[in-house]
Design a protein around this ligand. Structure first.
Ligand code: GLN
Length: 308
């Protein structure tokens, strides 16, 4: 296949771009090797092609959000989830302390407030925190087709500086959006963000969305097609935070970024794409990741709004 050569060539175009910086607000993330660079394509037929550091481990961070939202929809149903988390883009940063006027509902599941709430809605109603965590780790592992594990030092490092997410948790509790102890829920959310993945894992996870909820490598159905439609819709409007409009016009692929430097895109019926490069732009999106996706989109005509 010519794809690995194409990917290697694409990496060579961005390798000299050293602008941006790894996330600093989680001290353990600031120690990431900024030279790491990878790109992987996983097709809905289960073929995986990559170039660069495709197996380098890093924490999933916010890329966990669409997948945990999918699990919440699968476990509690659309009505129960929509009751507690909206689907409107916020146009704000990922950690903005913003809730809908009146209801206190987070605007969408891609910002932290909505993601913390979605975490609380996984598993059967009344499940204990350990059971909920097992459901989240098991569910994300099924998307990846391999057992994922926590990076304990990143988790501990983020917990030590989690004042803002804890504040969001307490606000959500005050509006009865969270019904459990907010500290426990935020702890679980941060554990979810601390799962270790590689660019290869992320491409397979994205391909599972592109494939309507069936992991194309393991063959396992992880969630139903209507759940995937909901998740991809929210990724396309809210996945890149306050850069969502630029992304929608320049790249045109439902996507999600994470502060460890991962970035995924999912093209329905076609492929899952993942990139990894730790230096971030001011929105918290990977600088080289964004530029790789712009290249992929224009080289291969992947923009979803492009008329063939
Ligand atoms: N764990 C991070 C946080 O809650 C995730 C943020 C991100 O990846 N954008 O701040």
């Amino acid at each position: 296949s010519p794809i690995p050569d194409y990917l290697a060539e694409a990496l060579s175009h961005v390798v000299s771009n050293t602008s941006g910086a790894p996330a600093g607000y989680i001290p353990e993330l600031a120690t990431a090797d900024p030279r790491c660079l990878a790109a992987v394509f996983a097709t809905v037929d289960g073929e995986v092609y990559g170039a660069g550091d495709v197996d380098a481990p890093f924490t999933i961070q916010s890329i966990s959000k669409p997948f945990v939202y999918a699990l919440a929809l699968a476990d509690r149903g659309f009505d129960a989830v929509l009751d507690k988390v909206g689907v409107e883009p916020s146009g704000e940063a990922f950690n903005e302390i913003s809730l809908e006027d009146g209801t206190g509902r987070p605007l969408n599941p891609m910002i932290n407030a909505g993601a913390i709430t979605a975490h609380s809605l996984t598993g059967a109603e009344g499940i204990d925190p350990a059971g909920r965590m097992a459901r989240v780790v098991g569910g994300l592992s099924a998307f990846a087709g391999r057992r994922l594990e926590t990076d304990e030092s990143v988790w501990a490092s983020e917990m030590e500086h989690a004042h803002r997410n804890l504040a969001i948790g307490h606000m959500l509790r005050s509006h009865d959006i969270l019904t459990d102890d907010p500290h426990t829920v935020v702890e679980g959310y941060i554990r979810q963000c601390s799962l270790l993945v590689s660019a290869r894992d992320l491409a397979v996870m994205a391909a599972t969305l592109a494939n309507g909820g069936v992991n194309p490598c393991s063959g396992e159905r992880v969630v139903l097609a209507p759940v995937v439609r909901q998740v991809l819709s929210v990724m396309s409007t809210c996945g890149m935070y306050d850069a969502a409009g630029d992304w929608a016009t320049q790249v045109g692929i439902p996507a999600k970024s994470g502060v460890a430097g991962g970035l995924i895109g999912a093209l329905p019926g076609q492929i899952g794409i993942a990139t990894f490069s730790p230096r971030l732009d001011p929105h918290g999106n990977s600088v080289r990741g964004v530029s790789l996706f712009e290249r992929f989109s224009s080289d291969m005509g992947l923009h979803l709004m492009e008329v063939p």
